[in-house]
Design a protein around this ligand. Structure first.
Ligand code: PEP
Length: 247
């Protein structure tokens, strides 16, 4: 079965030249990728350039963060309506780097999830445990509390058909990928916890996905695609991961 979505998180990398070159490669390859949704999330300053380059094509645009408020005296912030205005479809919320380095707690992440919806954006909610939490047998408890914060603020149905990225923190940017079985177990847990009736979330795996491990991860029944960091900066690697999602 074709997986549904592969998203590149460029983090704080790139330049106008890199945006132009990468998106030219992606756009040229996109017709061969029908069957898998593809999106890229460049840094804020490049969103408008990326939107122009992707206009009319199948590759969607996302941002990496948003403010809780739609507008106002919040120096340095970027709101959901602004992201929508420049052509974003997705926005990442709750990435572990935002949680660890910028003090975003579960409640703030839930507020950002709600703000994204209110702006007409599709949030990609990141959840994941630290290595110490996994080793203590706390993985499901941690993931559940991250999910429950969103359900508490946004309602019981809020995640039923959401895009959720399971990103074990110990696997992000470390080269230590979760085994397909570890990923599958957590994805199954997430699906059971937030699915409602026929509604089921799209659950991406993120954390050191590379061309040589993508197929094994995507072969798992509850892995619907990937959120890709480092490898999304190299168009050939990102495309190879997208192709793995097709098979
Ligand atoms: C990420 O930042 O979301 C990520 C998964 O990074 P990497 O693929 O580099 O581990």
């Amino acid at each position: 079965m074709a997986r549904t979505l592969v998203v590149g998180n460029w983090k704080m990398h790139g330049s106008r030249q890199m945006v132009a070159e990468s998106l030219a490669v992606l756009s040229a390859a996109a017709p061969d990728l029908a069957g898998v949704g593809v999106a890229v999330c460049p840094p804020f300053p490049y969103l408008q350039q990326a939107a122009a380059l992707l206009a009319g094509g199948p590759v969607r645009l996302g941002a990496q963060n948003l403010a809780v408020e739609p507008s106002g005296a919040f120096t340095g912030e970027v709101s959901g309506p602004m992201l929508r205005d420049v052509g974003c479809h997705y926005v990442i919320v709750g990435h572990s780097e935002r949680r660890a380095l910028f003090g975003e707690d579960d409640r703030l992440v839930a507020q950002k999830f709600r703000a994204a919806h209110l702006a007409g954006l599709q949030p990609i909610l990141c959840v994941g445990e630290l290595l110490a939490q996994r080793e203590a047998g706390d993985t499901e408890r941690v993931i559940a509390s991250q999910l429950d914060a969103v359900l508490a603020l946004c309602g019981d149905q809020a995640l039923a058909d959401a895009v959720i990225a399971y990103e074990p923190v110990w696997a992000i940017g470390t080269g230590k990928v979760a085994t397909p079985e570890q990923a599958q177990a957590v994805h199954r847990f997430i699906r059971q916890r937030v699915g409602r009736g026929d509604a089921t979330p799209t659950i991406l795996y993120g954390g050191s996905v590379k061309p040589d491990n993508a197929a094994g991860l995507f072969a798992q029944g509850d892995v619907d695609g990937g959120l890709i960091g480092g490898a999304s900066l190299v168009p050939e690697q990102f495309l190879s991961i997208c192709r793995a999602a097709l098979s």
